[in-house]
Design a protein around this ligand. Sequence first.
Ligand SMILES: C[S@@+](CC[C@H](N)C(=O)[O-])C[C@H]1O[C@@H](n2cnc3c(N)ncnc32)[C@H](O)[C@@H]1O
Length: 315
Amino acid sequence: MDHSDFAHSSVLYREVLGYCEGLEAVGDGVVVDCTLGEGGHTEMILERYREIKVVGFERDDAILDIARERLDKFAGRVEFVNDNFAAVEDHLLSRKGKISGFLYDFGISSYHFDRSGRGFSFQRDECLDMRLGKTSGKDAAYVINNYSENELTDIIKRYGEERWAKRIARFICRKRSEGPIERTLELAEIVLAAIPSRFHVKNIHPATRVFQALRIEVNDELSAIEESLQKAVPLLAAGGRIMAISFHSLEDRIVKNIFRRLSKGCTCDREPQYCQCDHAPYVRLLTKKPLLPGDDEVALNKRSRSAKMRVCEAL
Ligand SMILES: C[S@@+](CC[C@H](N)C(=O)[O-])C[C@H]1O[C@@H](n2cnc3c(N)ncnc32)[C@H](O)[C@@H]1O
């Protein structure tokens, strides 16, 4: 494999490296890369900080094999966990030391769009699968062909933030009454027909939001984020950091709300002097506003253009 293929494709790589500085002296010197993917961030962290070790979570075993090969040169400094990052506690609680950092780079990788053959892209004619890893039961074809019109409307609206959700769901149900919808291009055409052409947005395929919604539903992505972030905080050493990179508002909202809540002391509704909740803040926010990639990064890596990173530090 030519590793130059990967060069700088990891989003907000300078910012991630910046926030890893000093983590070797915090807790046990272990950074948990919760979204290992092809191992880009992990490779950079291990190269830059010789004292840091990484535990990498990846729920998709096919892409994990690519990361294993890429990171082979760091044997002894990297551990691989083929599981959902929602299970961080199960894998990390029994460790002796506390964790120095958690990194999240949500969503899927370019491998999934371009090479997985699992129907993540509406630009290729593939089966509607969209499962990350083999454990999850229902695939995208199941959702499209079995959910009621109301359920489809709901997920397209909620996870795709698509204003034409109801009409798209109606078109899907009409089409599937003629036979099951099984291919990506078929679905993309249905969506295209459902949204009146004067509402098509330049440079954004009308099916983008529907494909995002399906992927989120199939993999239950948002619950995993919420569960993992909450479980990560108690595992962190004081001074340890959580870096979370989001690509759409649904992900970012979860990160923002959890970080805010954990950074507040009192969570009850009373005046401070009558507080009964007795909560102390667990973290402080290191980024009051999310960090965005610079123009130079966006020019080199289009995928980075919607990225936002938030960072907090355990107290
Ligand atoms: C954007 S990619 C990560 C890219 C990586 N940071 C890099 O620099 O190469 C996100 C990865 O996280 C994985 N992933 C998504 N949700 C996950 C979850 N809940 N648990 C574990 N891995 C997950 C996806 O399979 C994908 O490979």
